[in-house]
Each structure stands twice: as C-alpha cells, then as structure tokens.
Design a protein around this ligand. Structure first.
Ligand code: FE2
Length: 169
C-alpha cells in the first residue's frame, strides 16, 4: 500500500465530525476536547485558502471564515499571521479549538490578574481546545514565516462579530 500526501481542502468530514461532537452535549470543556479530536483527525492543509489569502496582510493578521453551521452552533475560521503579528490579550465568548497548519504560533496564557502563567510554541499539527473561564491569552507569530491556523468556535462568529468576549490592556 502506498501512502500519498493528500491535501485536505474539503471540510465535509471536519464539519460532520464537529457536529457529532457538539451533539454529545458535553459541557464546554468536554465539547472543546471532543472538537479538538475531530480537528486533529481532519486538519485541513494550507491550500484550504487561496494563494492570495495565504499571503496575509501587512496591516494585521487576517481572518477568513471557512464555514458557519446553519443553526449557528459553530464556525470554522482560518487566521493568517505574518511574522510579528499578534492579537491583543483577550478571552472568549464560547469554547474554542485551534490547530496550526503552517508555521509556528506562539501563545501566552494569563490568569485573571493578567500574570503570565504559561507559554507554548504551537507547531504544524498541534491542536488544542479550551473554554472559559481560564481562557485569557494572546497569540502571536514569533517565527520568520507566515503562520496559518484553523479556529473553531462554538457560535456563529460572523453574527456576533468576534470570538473575543473582552480585551485586556
Ligand atoms: Fe483567542
């Protein structure tokens, strides 16, 4: 049997996996872990975005909505980060799962007093899930190449405008 590298730009299996995970009606933390398993299993490749989208923008990191479940129960977003681009420190309106598909994404985790309590450098294939509370973080691209990550949120982020509940300065 030969194994060929296949590009995973078809989101059908990921979408049905996430839907099945949510249908288990676990709490937010449990749902985040179940959805993370699905993203690990069906992680898209960078060509899920067009060549132009993969370039990112010089102004700030760019967000591309890949899919929104019709009932608003989840959304799948791709984020493109040029070197040095970062989010503000923020938390989230719902559970969140993310996986890196290109480059390295650095994450700083904070406690409620905004003390740095953890750091990680997430590489291609790394997937993690979390849910409020305890979800205050900042993400940035500390590498010298453009990074791309897939984020899945437990709501329709196009309707509410953002996955961030609050920003911290
Ligand atoms: Fe976030």
């Amino acid at each position: 049997m030969t194994t060929t590298a296949i590009s995973t730009t078809d989101l059908t299996d990921l979408v049905s996996g996430v839907r099945a995970a949510i249908d288990q009606h676990a709490d937010w933390h449990g749902t985040a872990q179940l959805v993370a398993e699905e993203l690990r299993r069906h992680l898209p490749t960078p060509d899920v975005l067009s060549a132009e989208q993969r370039l990112g923008s010089e102004d700030s990191y760019r967000s591309h909505t890949l899919y929104v479940e019709p009932d608003g129960s989840f959304s799948i977003i791709a984020l493109v980060w040029r070197p040095g681009q970062m989010t503000r420190i923020h938390d989230h309106v719902t559970w969140c799962v993310f996986g890196v598909i290109q480059g390295v994404e650095h994450e700083d985790l904070y406690d409620a007093d905004l003390r740095l309590i953890g750091q990680s450098d997430n590489q291609v294939g790394d997937v993690s899930g979390f849910a409020p509370p305890g979800d205050i973080h900042r993400v940035n691209n500390t590498s010298d190449q453009t990074a791309i990550s897939i984020h899945i949120y437990g709501t329709d982020v196009t309707r509410i405008g953002s996955s961030a509940r609050r920003f911290y300065n």
